[in-house]
Design a protein around this ligand. Structure first.
Ligand code: FES
Length: 106
């Protein structure tokens, strides 16, 4: 699938994300090096750090948040209505055309 990711400098990157490798959005961002090492995916994708927070700007219907994601976002900084944890968003066909913006580094 193709998704658009706006990095923390405001630059939009259109990238290809595989749906057959059990990859999540945080891992896609890391694989394209769209955020400096150590500023995203700090907890390794356990919904325990919010370094992978992003804002979903397209109108895709994402899977419901898990309890852990909800709890983490309740404590994170710069949270908006469209905030999600990138590590909790699996790449699936339904997300083709997804547009997200990385939340500021904290
Ligand atoms: Fe830590 Fe997503 S990588 S919450």
């Amino acid at each position: 699938i193709t998704i658009k990711i706006k990095d923390r400098d405001g630059v939009v990157h259109q990238v290809d994300a595989p749906t057959d490798m059990a990859m999540n959005l945080m891992e896609v961002v890391r694989s394209y090096e769209l955020a400096p090492e150590g500023t995203i995916g700090v907890c390794g994708g356990m919904a325990m750090c919010a370094s992978c927070q992003c804002y979903v700007t397209s109108d895709h219907q994402l899977p419901e948040m898990s309890y852990d994601e909800d709890l983490m976002l309740a404590e994170a900084f710069n949270v908006k209505d469209n905030s999600r944890l990138g590590c909790q968003i699996q790449m699936t066909e339904e997300l083709n055309g997804l547009e997200v913006e990385l939340a500021p580094e904290v």
